[in-house]
Design a binder for this molecule. Structure first.
Ligand code: A2P
Length: 295
């Protein structure tokens, strides 16, 4: 039903998790409950999404043993710093209703305040040492950020979650991750960022791509399923977001077909080299003004 991927510290996580970015709090409980009942055992959230409490509630309502579910969440930049990040763990754990977090990662680098990014990561190392988290990692780190982090910290991130879909394949990031044993985890794996309303008008939805449509027809699978298969066959973890029960089920029903090497290459060739999300180097997230409330 789901493949497991072994992280560089031996912890195993399901390759497919449910994403809840932009899932409204009132929809999140149902989406998480539906996903767990459909066989998902991995949920990806973030303090900055404002729905950790609802993820915890969905987990409890599902009746699935929490010990069997990997919960991944992210520390937001306003909580970077050693003590601040230790406290961010407490906030997230309390909202999620868990005493241990499976995967705790930094939401993005703060290139303009890298010393705070490093201090935050050192707090993750401490939490790992203390058994409060099972694995630690990063998100939206470019190779130069990974290199700078490596110089000042000890634990290699277990994963790096980055924007990655057929229109933005981030080859350099994938190579840097692989070189250091860091799992590449794709956000917007089915290209939601290419069609989310309000994220720019001049975009083409990868969901409507002709090449993906051709491959979908061959396998009698949907474009989303073809894209997810492409990630899995290339060794990436994925966290497709949906609040729709039919699509939630569809997005995990991807273990009964294989793309050929030629089909994988055709999808690779769709890369346009243009990100849909914010460039971590161009935005100073400390000015975004998002504060994470206490639990
Ligand atoms: P919805 O929540 O209504 O299903 P991504 O994870 O790549 O960012 O994509 C998320 C977007 O894709 C959301 O808008 C989600 O909407 C939509 N979506 C999720 N699963 C599917 C699917 N199987 N087919 C089409 N659209 C999907």
């Amino acid at each position: 039903m789901n493949e497991l991927i072994t992280l560089n510290n031996g912890v195993r996580i399901p390759a497919i998790g449910l994403g809840v970015f932009q899932s409204a709090p009132e929809e999140t409980v149902g989406a998480v409950e539906t996903a767990l009942k459909a066989g998902y055992r991995h949920i990806d959230t973030a303090a900055g999404y404002g729905n950790e409490r609802e993820v915890g509630e969905g987990l409890r309502r599902s009746g699935v043993d929490p010990a069997d579910v990997v919960i991944e969440t992210k520390v937001w930049v306003s909580d970077y710093g050693f003590d601040e990040t230790l406290h961010a763990f407490e906030k997230s754990a309390a909202k999620l209703g868990v005493s241990q977090i499976d995967l705790l990662i930094l939401h993005q680098p703060m290139p303009q305040h890298f010393e705070r990014t490093v201090a935050a990561y050192r707090a993750l190392e401490r939490l790992l040492d203390d058994g409060r988290v099972r694995a630690i990692g990063v998100s939206n780190f470019m190779p130069r950020h990974l290199a700078a982090l490596r110089e000042q910290t000890t634990v290699i991130p277990a994963l790096n979650q980055v924007e990655l879909h057929p229109y933005y394949t981030q080859d350099a990031v994938q190579r840097a991750n692989a070189e250091h044993g860091i799992l590449t985890q794709s956000w917007s794996p089915i290209g939601g960022i290419t069609f989310y309303p309000g994220w720019g008008d001049d975009r083409r939805s990868v969901m409507d791509d002709d090449t993906i449509a051709r491959i979908s027809a061959v396998h009698e699978k949907t474009p989303a399923q073809v894209m997810l298969r492409w990630h899995l066959q290339q060794g990436r973890s994925v966290i497709p977001k949906s609040t729709n029960p039919v699509r939630i089920a569809q997005n995990i029903d991807v273990f009964d077909f294989d793309l050929s090497a030629a089909e994988l290459a055709d999808i690779d060739a769709l890369d346009r080299g243009v990100r849909g999300g914010p460039d971590p180097d161009e935005v100073d997230p400390s000015t975004w003004g998002l504060e994470i409330p206490e639990a």
